[in-house]
Every structure is written in C-alpha cells, then in structure tokens.
Design a protein around this ligand. Structure first.
Ligand code: S3P
Length: 166
C-alpha cells in the first residue's frame, strides 16, 4: 500500500485548499477529515461542538482519520487538532507522511477571521486564543516528517509545489 500524504497544521494554514490541489496534481484520492465528519453526522462542526461537545468531536475525528488512512495512497487534510492526539499521530506515522503547513499568526488570523465559524475561536479574544493555540501546538506540529512554509503571499500552487518538492 502506498503511503498517504497527511497535511497537518493550524486552522487557516490552508490544509483543505492545498490538499485538494495536491491530490489533483499527484492523482491521488482526497479526503478531508472535517468534511467527512460533517457528512457522517449530517451536521456542521459548530453544530457538533454545540450539541455534543469537543470530546465527542475528537472521538469522531479519530474514527474518521483511521478510516481514511486505511484507504492508503490518499491525500488527507486533517483538522488542526487531530495531530495533537498521540493515537492519531501514531496512526499517521504508521502509514503516512506527515506534512506540516507552517504558517505565521498574522496569516492565520487574516484567514480565519474571514470565516468565523471555528468553535474554538468563539471567545472574547479570538486572536489571543489563536495565538495561544499556535504557541501550544507548534512543538507538536514540529514532530511532522516534513515542514513546508504556507505564508499569506504564497499561492495555493506555490505551496503545493513546495510540498511536492519536499
Ligand atoms: C480545529 C480545527 C478545525 C476543526 C475544529 C477544531 C482545531 O479544522 O477540526 O474546529 O482544533 O484546530 P481546520 O484546521 O480545518 O480549521
């Protein structure tokens, strides 16, 4: 089974957009764990968080991740928190190459504020929350096999080229 290419990184790093383009270019199937969770639950992620809570969402996320990784040979975009669970990291490392789309706070904030739907950012100070999450998570993202810069000025094509080259 050929290994999966698994995109990890913060919300707003471009995992879904780059993943789609990467799948097209490498002619692999594409799976986005957030989209799969929403499809299976027939609810949006904000609705799942509001109704069933984060822990429930995380359990669904691990399930879906296991299922899509088992297909093999795919490009998989994960939600920003998926890589933080040791069990998920283990699975990804078993049959995938983890690619961290590394992005600075300004770029992330510029992108996520345009689509203010992320439940974890429904706080009094969403920018501060994003910064805290980035600081907490960076040491874990840095465990990825490959790190690719995904800054604001870069087009989807440029970043995808970098992933392919890496
Ligand atoms: C989350 C990121 C979201 C989604 C959920 C939780 C996180 O996905 O899975 O809101 O913990 O960072 P994106 O990274 O695609 O925004």
């Amino acid at each position: 089974m050929r290994r999966n290419i698994v995109l990890i990184g913060m919300m707003g790093a471009g995992k879904t957009a780059i993943g789609g383009e990467l799948a097209r270019r490498t002619q692999r199937p594409f799976a986005d764990t957030d989209a799969e969770i929403e499809r299976a639950a027939a609810m949006s992620i904000p609705e799942i968080f509001a109704r069933d809570g984060e822990e429930f969402f995380r359990a669904r996320e691990s399930e879906v991740l296991g299922r899509v990784l088992a297909l093999g040979n795919s490009v998989v975009s994960t939600g920003g928190g998926a890589w933080l669970r040791p069990e998920n990291r283990e699975r990804i490392n078993q049959n995938g190459v983890a690619v961290w789309l590394d992005c600075d706070l300004e770029t992330l904030w510029h992108r996520v504020r345009q689509r203010p739907t992320r439940p974890l950012l429904q706080t009094a100070d969403p920018r501060g929350t994003l910064e805290r999450l980035l600081t907490e998570r960076e040491p874990f993202y840095a465990l990825a096999d490959i790190r690719v810069s995904a800054r604001r000025g870069d087009s989807i094509e440029q970043t995808t080229n970098r992933v392919i080259a890496a």
